[in-house]
Design a protein around this ligand. Structure first.
Ligand SMILES: [Zn+2]
Length: 680
């Protein structure tokens, strides 16, 4: 959420995975951040999946758990003398025995071989050497917990969240990247009566004894939540039921469940069947979510959201994005180093859901300038202005955990998949994606595998497409010129090198107002087209709905003018922004003054320098050229300043102005959280 007044790009790197945490946290009391966490790790082939049979006893008061169970490992290809396990350092393995094969049973010794990024790498030395081709079953006991939250892991608070995607809270086979199937039993005291296991089919729940049992039929990381929830369930014929779990019932709960269900339906048409029996949308306390480092976590069959999401209007973009992760990467991931393509796919899913549920105009707006109610950094404008500021690279070279790279890659990826839909036909692409997910269920695909699958589905080689969009930086800049002569309309599209080949829609509007749609294929420096016309043509537009990520002359000049601000803002440099103010362009047609002051207001607010922030907000509002989309941000800062000074009149005035500014801009913008502000 670009309106968040604080941007944290905290990186949680593990041996095999890097998690990006754009935990966009607003000021205390304001609406929480709405960025999303992407959590994924590599996946094994489905035929070699370890099985866990695990019982976990929770003790929320002491923020601890005790667990025991059996881990059965698939046959090894060579003789086995030891087993590798990975366990978070807040946990302790207290007992390991080899229990099968029976003839080799006995106690095993455990060595800690390394300590890496909060994990213990453990070597379990088996009592006897097991010949290759044999399964091995270990009985394990472990316990632990921590007073401080880990990544998606905290055993205290109103909602307990233990995510195997985020933290190796149980002894995970190998390096922690391997998924398991099995059975999970969780005991909770009466304070946390409801338990949900990600990807889990409930077997039994006994409220009297506090035990809840789940079967985990698909390979996954063991994740569960426990808490006291009010449930709202929506069931549509032929689709998985959606249940919203919140701390306290609210009028909008059903709307949230319906929005999630509607998004799932759109995504099933895009990526094929939804794999899990149900979808749980779980509210997680805002204050704790911040400490656990996430805004939204998409686990198999379960979406854990900061409460703020569920207190605002349902966001199609947010559900589209987060629920696409139920396919990418929860079913199939993109292979490293291009794993950020799953983020592009999630945003493509968001494009589809917004278009299907909110219409073409909303979808075009989302593509062009983003949806501040979801993550305003996912938009063509975000990508382009940062590209102009020197942050661009090849699509496959953008990485998780980077700013602005992660959101540039997430945006460009979405547009590239949109362009591919135009190139090969959307239905054909969706069928090809569905087959790819089926074929690589619980695995990963490389860019080469993706390209081969799309080429096969299209019936022609699409290497050129991958090369131009995935392997080099930049986007096209086409200029179109047209004239009408002797009953024919002539259109010429030119572009500077490096050239892009693309299939583009052209809308031709005549004097009567009638419009016709043509499709053209541009390639090389100059592409010419001609059509017979009967009436006088008044307008010719190439890709007017902005489906292809590209430069236009006006976007180029605005992005270039703002580049110094963009750079200083990305570096979070107050001095850098102040330097921009000393060299403002005259005349300032692109509103550099306004954007610089707003950026300074944001940074100073983050540093709790509210008074200085307010001064810059006022300076921004006095600028001659202002960005309508960021106006409410300036008013929001004034509201916070007034709140701090307990000036009720100014506070109410600023809140009203923020709401009015967003209404005029036609966006569900920063005023969404400003609206939630209250005088203390
Ligand atoms: Zn995501």
């Amino acid at each position: 959420m670009h309106l968040s007044l604080r941007f944290h790009a905290r990186v949680h790197a593990r041996a095999l995975a890097i998690f990006a945490l754009p935990a966009l946290v607003a000021i205390p009391g304001a609406r929480p951040g709405l960025g999303s966490v992407d959590i994924r790790r590599g996946s094994p082939a489905a035929d070699s999946v370890p099985r866990y049979d695990l019982s976990v006893r929770l003790d929320p008061e002491r923020r601890r758990l005790e667990a025991s169970g059996t881990l059965t490992l698939p046959p090894a290809s060579s003789d086995r003398t030891e087993v590798s396990l990975t366990l978070h350092e807040a946990m302790r393995l207290t007992e390991v025995r080899l229990v099968a094969p029976e003839w080799a049973a006995g106690a095993a010794a455990v060595d800690t071989v390394a300590r890496e990024r909060g994990d213990l790498r453990l070597r379990v030395r088996l009592p006897q050497t097991l010949p290759r081709g044999r399964r091995a079953s270990l009985s394990l006991k472990f316990e632990g917990g921590s007073a401080t939250p880990g990544f998606l892991f905290y055993l205290g608070g109103d909602v307990i969240y233990a995510s195997g995607w985020g933290t190796n809270w149980y002894p995970a086979p190998g390096d922690g990247s391997i998924k398991v199937t099995g059975r999970l039993r969780v005991f909770t005291p009466a304070s946390h009566p409801v338990v949900l296991a990600s990807g889990g089919r409930p077997l039994r729940a006994n409220r009297e004894t506090g035990w809840h049992a789940f079967e985990l039929p698909r390979p996954t990381y063991l994740s569960f939540v426990a808490g006291r929830f009010v449930q709202t369930r929506v069931q549509r014929p032929g689709s998985a039921p959606v249940t919203v779990y919140v701390a306290e019932a609210r009028a909008g709960d059903t709307a949230q469940a319906r929005a999630a269900a509607a998004a799932l339906e759109v995504l099933e048409r895009t990526f094929g069947r939804y794999r899990w029996d149900s979808l749980a949308v779980v509210e997680y306390p805002d204050t704790l979510a911040r400490r656990l480092g996430f805004n939204a976590a998409a686990e198999p069959g379960m979406l854990v959201l900061k409460g703020g999401f569920l207190r605002s209007n349902p966001s199609s973009a947010n559900y589209g994005h987060e629920l696409t992760h139920q396919w990418w990467p929860n079913v199939t991931g993109f292979r490293r180093p291009a794993s950020l393509l799953a983020e592009g796919m999630a945003n493509y899913g968001a494009f589809r859901v917004v278009e299907a549920l909110e219409g073409h105009a909303a979808a075009e707006r989302f593509r062009r300038t983003g949806d501040p109610g979801f993550n305003g950094d996912i938009s063509a404008w975000f990508y382009l202005r940062h590209a102009a500021a020197g942050f661009d690279t090849a699509l496959v070279a953008f990485r998780e955990g980077t700013f602005p790279g992660r959101n540039m890659g997430g945006t460009k990826g979405a547009f590239v998949f949109e362009s591919l839909a135009h190139e090969m036909g959307r239905d054909r692409m969706h069928r090809a994606l569905t087959r790819l997910l089926d074929r690589h269920e619980h695995g990963t695909v490389s860019v080469e595998m993706f390209e081969a699958a799309m080429s096969a589905a299209a019936g022609r080689d699409l290497k050129w497409f991958v090369r131009q969009w995935f392997d080099r930086e930049g986007v096209p800049h086409w200029e179109a010129a047209w004239r009408q002569r002797a009953g024919r309309l002539h259109l010429e599209v030119t572009q500077p090198p490096p050239y892009y080949r693309a299939t583009l829609p052209v809308i031709v509007t005549g004097a009567s107002g009638a419009a016709t749609v043509h499709r053209i294929v541009v390639d090389g420096p100059r592409s010419s087209f001609a059509w017979p016309t009967t009436e006088s043509v008044t307008r010719v537009e190439v890709d007017p709905a902005f489906r292809v990520l590209r430069w236009t002359a006006s976007l180029r000049s605005r992005a270039d003018a703002l580049a110094p601000v963009t750079r200083a803002r990305a570096a979070r440099s107050v001095d850098g922004l102040r330097a921009v103010l000393r060299t403002l362009p005259q005349p300032d047609v692109h509103g550099v003054t306004f954007v610089t002051h707003v950026s300074l207001a944001e940074l100073l607010l983050d540093a709790d320098r509210v008074g200085e922030a307010a001064a810059h907000a006022r300076a921004a509002l006095e600028a001659a050229v202002r960005d309508p989309e960021q106006l409410s941000l300036a008013y929001g800062v004034l509201a916070l300043d007034a709140r701090q000074r307990r000036d009720t009149t100014r506070f109410q005035e600023a809140v009203a102005n923020a709401i009015a500014a967003d209404a005029v801009a036609g966006i569900p913008g920063p005023s969404v959280w400003v609206r939630a502000l209250r005088m203390p």
